[in-house]
Write a protein that binds this ligand. Structure first.
Ligand code: M6R
Length: 363
């Protein structure tokens, strides 16, 4: 059932190209110029009445939501808030009938996410669920559902579900942009063309997994490290950090690169590994100067960059070039592999990390 892979997690990492294709399949018009989400029951008029969006999720799904917020705000110009589900209800969120709540959940059974969904509906909001499981509680109770076609995810550490959620957010963002006419049709067609290249680009990253195995083996000797990035790179840094903690048990923190000097820079000392993501063109110079700050204090920096960009770091891993909003769907893959190989190097139970369950059904 592991199809020749040593662990479900590795198998699921390698299934991502297929998960991307399957999640896009049937949702892009034949001429490649628009998104077709027949599963969404909202009329254009109802969509035009959305005043604000709230994204609610836990763990990795929350990290997908962070990227989703950037995608929706950028494409549809609707303000988006995001909460972890266990906090959402208790902060008395302002929910009106013009609020769209998007819950994201691989399993569709996470107790806090389900409770948030119910609260949102009780307050009159319309709820859209992005979930991987047909017939799950979340899918049954939401008003609209986008199923991510990642296929069953067995490993506790979520990989292909996360990346499929990113694809779902892009499709939904483009769908909104088209309906609200916030973006030109030609622009949407270009983005869709770039999205269709992602599966092959992931394959290109997977072909270089051995390089990451070596990096991970030296990371696994450390007890502390940092992930830094700006914009969506920060969202991906958070996911990379969670993945590493979850299965390798190595402590790490993800920081918005510009925030380091407001405190955390004090922790940077000789030899500490820092994984720096630097894929966003408009933030390039700024992130570069943050990389210099940590290098000057002796950090050992692994830079995750776009192909062709030269950054002075100790180790460089290049990802294929794509549009800035799509880069998380590529840049997270090396981070998943780093976590996997670090866990392996430490002799951990990769698929069943200590203290954790695949589906968290208690609040
Ligand atoms: O099934 P869900 O997407 O609702 O699960 C949410 C989190 O429990 C889950 O993503 C968790 O953080 C993963 N184990 C992370 O790899």
């Amino acid at each position: 059932e592991k199809a020749g892979f040593d662990h479900f997690m590795l198998k699921e990492i390698y299934e991502q190209p297929k998960a991307y294709r399957d999640t896009m399949m049937g949702r892009i018009s034949a001429d490649g110029r628009s998104v077709e989400l027949k599963e969404i029951g909202m009329t254009p008029e109802q969509i035009r009445s959305i005043r604000n969006i709230q994204i609610v999720a836990c763990g990795t799904a929350y990290h997908a939501g962070m990227v989703g917020k950037t995608i929706i705000e950028s494409l549809a110009r609707i303000p988006v808030e995001i909460d972890v589900a266990s906090e959402y209800r208790y902060r008395s969120p302002i929910i009106t009938p013009e609020t769209l709540v998007i819950v994201v959940s691989q399993s569709g059974e996470t107790a806090d996410t389900l409770a948030a969904l119910r609260e949102a509906k009780r307050c009159g909001a319309r709820v859209l669920a992005i979930t991987n499981v047909v017939g799950s509680s979340v899918s049954r109770e939401a008003n609209d559902v986008i199923i991510t076609q990642a296929g069953p995810e067995i490993a506790v550490a979520s990989t292909k579900a996360y990346t499929s959620q990113l694809i779902a957010f892009m499709l939904y963002g483009l769908f909104l942009a088209d309906t609200l006419a916030t973006r030109e049709k030609d622009w949407i067609a270009d983005v869709l063309a770039s999205m269709q290249k992602l599966p092959d680009q992931v394959e290109m990253i997977l072909e270089r997994a051995q390089v990451l195995k070596q990096v991970a083996e030296s990371l696994a000797k450390h007890n502390n490290l940092f992930f830094i990035g700006r914009g969506v790179d920060f969202a991906v840094a958070q996911e990379g950090s969670l993945k590493l903690k979850e299965i390798s048990y190595i402590h790490s923190e993800a920081y918005p690169a510009g925030e380091l000097k407001h405190g955390t820079l004090a922790l940077i000392e000789e030899g500490i590994p820092v994984v720096a993501l630097i894929t966003q063109e408009d933030l390039y110079e700024k992130t570069l100067s943050n990389i210099k700050e940590v290098k000057a204090r002796g950090a050992h920096v692994l830079g995750l960059v776009n192909e062709g960009s030269e950054v002075e770091v100790d180790e460089l891993f290049a990802i294929p070039c794509t549009l800035p909003l799509l880069s998380p769907a590529l840049s997270v893959v090396p981070l998943q592999l780093l976590a996997y190989y670090a866990s392996l190097a430490r002799g951990n139970d990769v698929d069943k990390p200590r203290n954790l369950a695949k589906s968290v059904t208690v609040e």
